[in-house]
Write a protein that binds this ligand. Structure first.
Ligand SMILES: Cc1ncc(C[n+]2csc(CCOP(=O)(O)OP(=O)(O)O)c2C)c(N)n1
Ligand SMILES: [Mg+2]
Length: 254
């Protein structure tokens, strides 16, 4: 039997994301990646946290679980431990993963459990109407930072690399083809594979929309970036202003 993109598509309801939301790219890319890999939808469990992006499993015709806010990763680890044959994919936001769930992010990387981790990084708590997330930019005005955010953002890719994550990548919602390609490699990876997805929130983070990212993203795989060099990966992760590297930053096979 061969699977078509629509076999992963739950069409009873349409996504309720805003028009232009970066989450559409994640949804389209994930369906494409699973279809290209010809993975049986019945062998996939998508675990969402709580947030706009974390609602993605509602529109996939696979098994799914919605966990508590910040608890998608340990829930996914439990699913994988219970049945290692399943493809377990976490879809959670930057608030979910880098805020309330940050401890789980770090320890799951240390445990190197064989799951795929997709983090929608939009710099805000989208679902609760735009408060600053841990990756919000310094000075950003949001409902929770009315005079501008006082702190520098967390650098989750640098954190993942220095914590020992063996598959660290960055995708961009403006390039769904690249994103699907990264997801395919992440799903096939033997160990925890992590993709941070730059994702404009068109409603609550207007300064960091598609025009901002479009001028800055650079696909590392179109350069001479040595993916197995941890120090070069860290160097790429720390570059976040003028040019923003996308693609696989670090890859260490077992
Ligand atoms: C324990 C707990 N704390 C707070 C909330 C409220 N809450 C729901 S979603 C959310 C933030 C979502 O932001 P993010 O994870 O970045 O996802 P996005 O909506 O941006 O995709 C918060 C704080 C909650 N549901 N549960
Ligand atoms: Mg968010």
């Amino acid at each position: 039997m061969s699977w078509l993109p629509n076999d992963y598509f739950r069409d009873q309801r349409k996504p309720n994301w805003c028009p232009g939301c970066g989450n559409y790219a994640t949804l389209v890319a994930l369906r494409q990646a699973l279809c290209d890999l010809q993975i049986d939808p019945a062998s996939v469990v998508i675990v969402g946290g709580i947030g706009c992006g974390a609602n993605l499993p509602y529109w996939m015709d696979t098994y799914s679980l919605i966990a508590l806010h910040g608890r998608a990763i340990p829930t996914a680890m439990g699913v994988k431990l219970a049945n290692p044959k399943l493809h377990v994919i976490v879809v959670a936001g930057d608030g979910d993963t880098y805020g309330i769930g940050l401890g789980h992010f770090i320890h799951a990387i240390r445990n190197d459990v064989n799951i795929t981790l997709l983090v929608g990084n939009n710099g805000v708590y989208g679902l609760t109407k735009g408060q600053a997330s841990p990756t919000a930019k310094k000075g950003q005005m949001t409902p929770s930072t009315p005079r501008g955010l006082l702190y520098d953002p967390l650098n989750p890719l640098a954190l993942a690399i220095t914590t020992g994550c063996r598959f660290v990548a960055r995708g961009y919602a403006g390039d769904a083809d690249q994103l699907a390609d990264l997801m395919k490699q992440a799903i096939n990876f033997d160990g925890l594979a992590y993709i941070d997805i730059l994702q404009p929130c068109v409603k609550y983070n207007k300064n960091f929309g598609y025009p901002y990212y479009q001028d800055r993203v650079v696909d590392l795989q179109k350069t001479a970036h040595p993916v197995q060099n941890r120090m070069m990966a860290l160097d790429a992760a720390l570059r976040v202003e003028e040019k923003i590297p996308t693609g696989i930053l670090f890859l260490e096979p077992k």
